[in-house]
Design a protein around this ligand. Structure first.
Ligand SMILES: NC(=O)C1=CN([C@@H]2O[C@H](COP(=O)(O)OP(=O)(O)OC[C@H]3O[C@@H](n4cnc5c(N)ncnc54)[C@H](OP(=O)(O)O)[C@@H]3O)[C@@H](O)[C@H]2O)C=CC1
Ligand SMILES: O=C(CO)COP(=O)(O)O
Length: 328
C-alpha cells in the first residue's frame, strides 16, 4: 500500500464529496466518481457540489469523473461511499475494474435489506480478492467538508491492515483510529440511524428532552443486543462508531435521520426529504431482532411508525406500558 497512489472515492453525494475534500486537503491525489454528469461538471469547473453540499468550496485537487474505471485505475485505496442498499450493486460493477490488492473501504452506514447481512459480508463475496474495511464514526459531511475536526474508526478483520489503512486515510483534521472488530464498527454505525429517527420523532412530537435521553439510552441497550448478534464486541460499541455516532446523530438536527424523525413526529410532509438510511435499517433490524429472539421494542416501534401503523405518541405509550423490569 503506497501513500503516493491516488485515493478513489466512489459516490458524489454529501459524504463522498466530504471524504474526497478531506483527502485533498491532506495533499493526496483524489479521484471522485459520481454518476451524475452535472455533479462531475460542477466539481471540476466550479469546485462545488451544489446538489449535496451547497455553499461548500471544494479544494481544486478534488477531481471528479463519470468513469468508474478511470477513478479506480492505479488507486492505492478505494472509498465506497454510495448509500447502503446500493453497495452490493456497486461492488459488482467494481469487481472487474479494481486491482486485486486494492483495499476497499466501505463508508455507508446500513445493513443489506435483502439479505440482512453486514455490508462487509456482501462486499467480501463480490470482491473476494480485495481487502475489505469499514469507516464509521461521528462525522457530518458538512463538518468534514469545512475542515472541522473529528475522529472515526477504520476497521478490518486483520488488525495490521486496519492500522495501515487508518494511517493512510487519516488527515490532520480527520483522525482515524483502527479496530479489528469489523462487525462492531459496521453494526454500530447502521443501528444508530434507527435511534436517531426515534430521537428526532420524540422531539418533533413535543415529548421533551427527558424522553429523548431515556429513549436513546434504552435504545443503546437494544443496539448493543442486536450488534452482539452480528458478533460485535461491546467495547467497540462504546467507542466512536457506536456511542460516539449515537451521541452526534441523536442530538442534532444536522442529522438526516434525526431530521426525518423530527418531521415524522411533527406530522410534516416527508416528500422531498433525502433518504435517511435508518428507514431501511429499522425494518431490517426489527426483522433480525424477531428472528434472533432479541428484545428490541424501540426498534420495533420505529419500524411501526415508519410503516404508519402507529403514531409517535402511541409508540411512546406502548413503550411506557411494557411490564417493568430491572435495567439490563
Ligand atoms: N452525509 C453524512 O454526513 C454522512 C453519511 N454517511 C453515510 O454515507 C452513505 C452515503 O450518504 P450520503 O453521501 O450522505 O448520501 P447522499 O444522498 O448525499 O448521496 C448519495 C450519492 O450516492 C449516489 N448514488 C445513489 N445510488 C447510487 C448507485 N446505485 N450507484 C452509484 N451512485 C449512487 C447518488 O448519486 P445521484 O446524485 O446520481 O443520485 C449520490 O451521489 C450513507 O450510508 C450514509 O449513512 C456516513 C457519514 C456521514
Ligand atoms: O452518520 C452520520 C454522521 O456520523 C450522518 O448521519 P445522518 O445520515 O443521520 O445525517
Amino acid at each position: 500500500m503506497s501513500e503516493t497512489r491516488p485515493v478513489a472515492v466512489l459516490g458524489g453525494g454529501a459524504w463522498g464529496t466530504a471524504l474526497a475534500q478531506a483527502q485533498a486537503m491532506a495533499g493526496r491525489e483524489v479521484r471522485l466518481w459520481a454518476r451524475d454528469a452535472d455533479t462531475v461538471e460542477a466539481i471540476n469547473q466550479r469546485h462545488e457540489n451544489p446538489r449535496y453540499l451547497p455553499g461548500a468550496r471544494l479544494n481544486p485537487a478534488v477531481r471528479a469523473t463519470g468513469d468508474i474505471s478511470a477513478a479506480v485505475a492505479g488507486a492505492g485505496v478505494v472509498l465506497a461511499v454510495t448509500p447502503a442498499q446500493t453497495v452490493s450493486g456497486l461492488c459488482e460493477v467494481l469487481a472487474p475494474q479494481v486491482a486485486a490488492d486494492t483495499p476497499v473501504v466501505l463508508c455507508a452506514k446500513g445493513i443489506d435489506a435483502e439479505s440482512g447481512r453486514l455490508l462487509s459480508d456482501i462486499a467480501a463475496e463480490r470482491l473476494p480478492r480485495n481487502p475489505i474495511a469499514a469507516l464509521s464514526g461521528p462525522s457530518f459531511a458538512v463538518d468534514v467538508v469545512a475542515g472541522l475536526p473529528t475522529a472515526v474508526t477504520v476497521a478490518a478483520a486483520d488488525v495490521e491492515a486496519a492500522a495501515a489503512l487508518a494511517a493512510l486515510i487519516s488527515t490532520p483534521t480527520l483522525r482515524c483510529y483502527s479496530s479489528d472488530d469489523l462487525a462492531g464498527v459496521e453494526a454500530g454505525g447502521a443501528l444508530k440511524n434507527v435511534l436517531a429517527i426515534a430521537a428526532g420523532a420524540v422531539i418533533g412530537a413535543g415529548l421533551g428532552a427527558s424522553a429523548q435521553a431515556a429513549l436513546v439510552t434504552r435504545g443503546f441497550v437494544e443496539l448493543r443486543r442486536i450488534a452482539a448478534s452480528f458478533g460485535a464486541r461491546q467495547e467497540t460499541l462504546m467507542g466512536l462508531s457506536g456511542f460516539g455516532d449515537l451521541f452526534l446523530t441523536c442530538g442534532s438536527g444536522k442529522s438526516r435521520n434525526f431530521a426525518y424523525g423530527e418531521a415524522l413526529g411533527r406530522g410534516a410532509a416527508l416528500e422531498g426529504m433525502r433518504l435517511a438510511e435508518g428507514v431501511a435499517t429499522a425494518a431490517i433490524a426489527d426483522r433480525i431482532a424477531r428472528e434472533r429472539g432479541i428484545d428490541a421494542p424501540i426498534t420495533q416501534n420505529v419500524a411501526l411508525i415508519l410503516d404508519r401503523a402507529i403514531t409517535v405518541r402511541e409508540a411512546m405509550m406502548a413503550l411506557l406500558s411494557r411490564p417493568l423490569k430491572s435495567e439490563t
